[in-house]
Ligand binder design. Sequence first.
Ligand code: CP
Length: 359
Amino acid sequence: MRRSAAHIVHEVDRHAPRMVLGLRPDPSALLSGLKDVRMDTLKKLSYHSILSAGQFDRETLLGIYKLSCLLQLGHLRIRDSLYDKILATAFFEPSTRTRLSFESAMMALGGKTLSVTEAATTGIAKGESILDIGQMFNSYAHAVVVRHTRQEALAELSTYLRIPLINGGNGSDEHPTQAIADWYAILKWRPDLLDEGMPEKKRIHLGIVGTPARMRTIKSFLLLSLLFDRSISRITIISEMADPLGAEMPDYCRQSRIPVDIASDLEVVLPELDVIYMNSIAYLGDGYRTLESRFRINAQSSLRPGSVVLHPLARKEELSVELDTSSHNLYFNQADGAVFIRKALLLTIFDKIPLPVLS
Ligand code: CP
């Protein structure tokens, strides 16, 4: 017999800690490692757009991580910091984490949000151009987060916007705030990766399962990873495509001191990897496609002891739920930490970083 919702009892202990399956590294150790990082470098992002991971340098990133740690540890009084600000979140493609974490961050900072959750609820359904919609964002909000299926949509919008634009994922191109959250999870897990003079044998071998030229999270993550040349011994891209870097990425890779190689067999390289970053969805010109079945990991996979798996989610068959309760699971922490990254970015963009932190 089917039970109605009224018969379901779901007891919640409001004093219990927030439970996130998998690893839950404490931000305190990362904060200690960042004690000498200056925060005034973040001033340069004030009222600026965030369009690409490529616009960040290491110094700015570490400033964002220090602010995120302070926020996650509850060291800052920020409750009403953005009380007079409105953030529009305009998602013309589905999202769970990006839109909700930006909105959660904005609300926790005392700000307000306006949401577009699908194109069909806007004038686009009647043939309105995205550029006219952009003119409206200027009038109704102080900043806007946009996700769009078309890579070019953000560049087009940015020419019409007089408010900061945050890229929440543009087609197969980029997802920069996701990549910032990804490295926050890695550095909380291994704060020693920031040690000056890290010996070669303690650096991580990073495996990226996917195609940077076709997957926005993979491309943005690779761009940021190339900044951590003192922390990474090697990056291996594991892809079903012969040329996963495409036309643009090889130049970025050459500018970094990190060796980057390409592999096609995940099972062969898996035992060598300290960090496995995976995503499932690739854009192939005429639509989206998931990874082939040989790019799957589960409890039987030959994961190196102590290694961690990251995934921006949503996942499909490539990442088995069997790993959720394992010590390889850093992916839920990755999503959990993203809200603090987005709080830090909003405080930075609106030039509202609490003064004791800046001075
Ligand atoms: N990581 C990520 O972009 O997730 P959503 O698609 O749910 O926003």
